[in-house]
Design a protein around this ligand. Structure first.
Ligand SMILES: [Fe+2]
Length: 187
């Protein structure tokens, strides 16, 4: 189940809120201006579905989001543990950074943890299949796919050349609990 944990930036050991209640979760994220939605496929998607089949299954929501947010391209990214470069790939997103455009992801399968640094708080959102999260450009954040990553995600881009990560150099991410792949481990 999707899970939200909210911390003060100076106290990663004592969450102010930890919830898997979708109503509470959506309400808290809405107050921050972060877009979070739950999507359902229009028809079943097989485990080995190719990108076209995946995009077809979520076409109404994909098209609506692109129209509403101005996203001009999408792709489907698959990450599975066992790949040679998995440690490098995980490390690429583990430090706090920003982007010049939104980071919008829809999880078709698997899971991963986003950490959003909003004012003096850190929102840790463990996303799973069916979750759409859009992080506005300029938002300080990081992402942990866990030590044994497994997810398939639809990615949305405003510019055809994709997005670039700009490190903040704050070091804050190292002070917060990582993601071990378990939805229930929130502290
Ligand atoms: Fe990012």
């Amino acid at each position: 189940m999707t899970h939200l944990t909210v911390y003060h930036e100076d106290d990663p050991g004592l969450p102010e809120l930890a919830t898997g209640d979708p109503v509470v979760l959506v309400g808290h994220l809405a107050m921050t201006g972060i877009l979070f939605e739950r999507w359902s496929a229009t028809h079943p998607v097989s485990q080995d579905a190719d990108s076209a089949a995946i995009l077809s299954a979520y076409a109404p929501d994909v098209e609506r989001l692109c129209a509403n947010r101005g996203y001009r391209s999408v792709d489907v990214a698959r990450v599975v543990s066992g790949s040679d470069n998995i440690g490098t790939l995980r490390a690429m997103f583990l430090d706090e950074h920003t982007h010049g455009e939104d980071e919008a992801r829809f999880f078709v399968e698997g899971s991963g943890a986003f950490y959003l640094h909003l004012d003096q708080r850190v929102f840790r959102i463990v996303c799973e299949a069916g979750d759409l999260l859009s992080i506005p450009g300029g938002t300080r954040h990081w992402f942990d796919m866990g030590p044994t990553p497994h997810f398939t995600a639809i990615r949305f881009f405003t510019h055809p050349d994709g997005w670039r990560a700009v490190p903040t150099g704050s070091g804050i991410a190292a002070r917060f609990p990582g993601y071990d792949g378990s939805i229930d481990r929130t502290r």
